[in-house]
Design a binder for this molecule. Structure first.
Ligand code: SF4
Length: 376
């Protein structure tokens, strides 16, 4: 299966926790950038057949409806897609209206991922989001009215100052809107972000919730969303049956993907590529017919096996040791015997009754980084 990712690195305002490849929106720059993206798309063979498309950012919906639909139509004209393709666009609730959503949907995008983050206005203001909780609710309804039959909502927990009851109420409001998919991410304080500076400053009156509290929030999320009919299929992701995100599943299953745009990553054959994240260099290289690729990494057999574990274990379905041993011609259980034994003793992973499928335990889901570090 092949996936295509396109990065749109523009936002109207920088959220305080953000370390994504993104810059402030300028209409002129955005138009130029999209023209350059089309040049990079030409490097992909026109015979490539895609099953998924994901337009992410940044804020793809920061672009005008005209520029965005022009890009979407260009992609669908340039490549073939499977009949049951999934094409997602990330959208900030503060940047959508009925006309834009209708144009995007008519262009062939059939899934929308709304960056709601919270249904508490104080938390949204604190995070630097450009929308209110009410606008987020309206965006979900507008997306459905525009014909989206696959709507996802992103939420963040572990926000400094956030109480468990506020998180519970955001989850409940999300469920009331009946999205098909909900992603819940723990807020991480990345170095160099405005949030990091704020929390480090002397006399800062707020702090991030402690680990026990964020684990409590996470465990509540699993119990609550599964009790409301969502399938917990990946550490941070929940979906109505039949609405798992195919694009992200392809990442976790080590399928091939092409990443186009500033800072985008690709995985083709046995090589991982990453584009420059310098805006000027990206534009300059493609304008002068040079590659935007900054790094290439040939994935060794050892690294492949590590990836199989730390990507595959993200899925609650786990990894099938027998199937993987067959695929890679190795006795995986023997190869990782010591690590698997240690993690089983720590009750972070378990082998299911079939004797072949390895999964994270409930404790392992909450402490997944402790598991993954063993395989890196
Ligand atoms: S909208 Fe997303 S990409 Fe843009 S600044 Fe906020 S977190 Fe970053």
């Amino acid at each position: 299966m092949h996936s295509l990712y396109i990065h749109i690195p523009f936002c109207f305002r920088r959220c305080i926790y953000c370390d994504f490849v993104s810059r402030l929106y300028s209409g002129k720059q955005a138009e130029h950038y999209v023209q350059i993206l089309k040049k990079e798309l030409r490097d992909i063979s026109s015979g490539t057949f895609f099953s998924t498309l994901f337009i992410g950012g940044g804020t793809p919906t920061a672009l005008s409806g005209g520029v965005l639909t022009n890009l979407i139509m260009h992609v669908f004209d340039s490549f073939q897609f499977s009949t049951d393709y999934e094409a997602t666009i990330e959208a900030n609730p503060g940047t959508v209206d009925r006309a834009k959503l209708t144009a995007i949907r008519s262009g062939g995008i059939n899934r929308i991922s709304l960056g709601v983050q919270s249904f508490n206005d104080e938390e949204l203001t604190f995070l630097g989001r450009i929308h209110t909780a009410k606008e987020a609710e309206e965006a979900v309804e507008l997306a459905k009215a525009a014909g989206f039959r696959n709507v996802s909502i992103d939420l963040i927990y572990g926000i400094p100052g956030q109480s468990l009851s506020s998180w519970k109420s955001s989850l409940a409001r999300a469920v009331e809107l009946e999205p098909h998919h909900i992603s819940t991410y723990e807020l991480t304080v990345e170095k160099g972000t405005a949030l990091d500076t704020m929390l480090q400053s002397a006399g800062c009156p707020i702090s991030s919730p402690d680990e026990d509290r964020t684990i409590e929030m996470y465990e509540y999320t699993i119990d609550y969303l599964t009790s409301r009919g969502y399938v917990h299929y990946e550490i941070s992701n929940f979906a109505r049956p039949g609405y798992l995100c195919k694009h992200n599943m392809n990442y976790w299953e080590r399928g091939e993907y092409y990443g186009i745009g500033l800072g985008a990553h690709s995985f083709i054959g046995k090589t991982r590529f990453s584009n420059t994240d310098n805006f000027e260099t990206y534009l300059h290289n493609l304008s002068t017919s040079r590659s935007p690729v900054r790094e290439k990494e040939k994935i060794t057999d050892k690294k492949t096996l590590a990836e199989v574990f730390f990507l595959g274990l993200r899925k609650t379905g786990g990894i099938d040791l027998k199937a993987i041993s067959k695929l890679y011609g190795l006795d995986i259980e023997k190869h990782f015997h010591k690590k698997i034994k240690e993690l089983r003793e720590a009750k972070l992973i378990y082998i299911d009754p079939s004797g072949s499928v390895l999964r994270l335990t409930r404790k392992g889901l909450a402490l997944s980084n402790e598991v993954f570090i063993k395989f890196i």
